[in-house]
Every structure is written in C-alpha cells, then in structure tokens.
Design a protein around this ligand. Structure first.
Ligand SMILES: [Zn+2]
Length: 139
C-alpha cells in the first residue's frame, strides 16, 4: 500500500493556516502544532498533515503491524488510511487493536473528536492576539 518514497521528511510545525488532518478529516487550526510529512511518491511531491494525536496513533499502529503482525514496511497502510487499516485489523483479529485509544470508536468521526480533545487548546488570550472573534467565526 505504501510505496517507498524517494525522500520523506517529517517535522512538527505550527500551522500557518487551517489545514485538514489526513487521518481524521478534522481541522488543524492555524497556530496549532501538528505533524507534517513531505515526501516524493511516484514522482509527485506531497505533504500530509495530521494532528499530533492522530500521528501518534498511526505511529503506534505502524509499530504494531511491523513488530506484532510481522508485516513488511511496504505492506503497511499509507497516510490517510489509519482508520480503514485499524477497522480492518479489528474485524480480522476480532479484538480492539492495542494501538487504538480506549473508549474511542474506530471511525473518522470518533477519531476527530478524540484529536480535538487531545489537542491543547490555546487560551482565549492567545487566540485574541492573533485573530478577532469575528474573523475566526467567518473563517
Ligand atoms: Zn486528526
């Protein structure tokens, strides 16, 4: 599923504008730290952005699939495929995957809520420094 990239660069950066998380489809708000992975797959440079919480689950899942399930790196799910991979794993294994946060349903919607809760929300003072409530509401 995952083609080996010609190059891949992972970084944690602050969002300069709102982005969409590739794993849960939730919004990564401007100013929030998030994980950005840029790489070149099949000749095309792409950047995948995700919540820190989502990227940690994905990282744990990739570890689990390589060490516990014994998959090779190129058999592991790609970016944006975490929920589908976890659901398939849960169905096949008839268990709750150990890398999945407990009490969270395996769906993009549930992951989105989990990520929103896990993200440290900036205080209202910090927010008012960068954008007025009117601007933010309209964004
Ligand atoms: Zn997310």
């Amino acid at each position: 599923m995952t083609d080996f990239p010609e190059f891949q660069n992972e970084r944690t950066s602050k969002a300069r504008k709102d982005h969409k998380c590739c794993e849960c489809d939730g919004i990564i708000f401007k100013g929030f730290a998030h994980k950005a992975v840029t790489g070149k797959w099949n000749g095309a440079v792409q950047t995948f952005r995700m919540h820190i919480a989502c990227s940690q689950i994905a990282e744990n899942a990739r570890d689990f699939f390589t060490t516990e399930v014994g998959l090779f790196e190129d058999e592991i799910f790609g970016f944006g495929e975490l929920v589908e991979a976890a659901r398939e794993d849960a169905d096949c294994g008839d268990y709750i995957p150990p890398y999945w946060p407990s009490g969270v349903w395996i769906s993009r919607g549930a992951l989105r809520q989990h990520a929103a809760k896990a993200s440290a929300l900036p205080s209202s003072e910090e927010r008012s420094d960068t954008a007025s409530p009117l601007v933010r509401a309209g964004a």
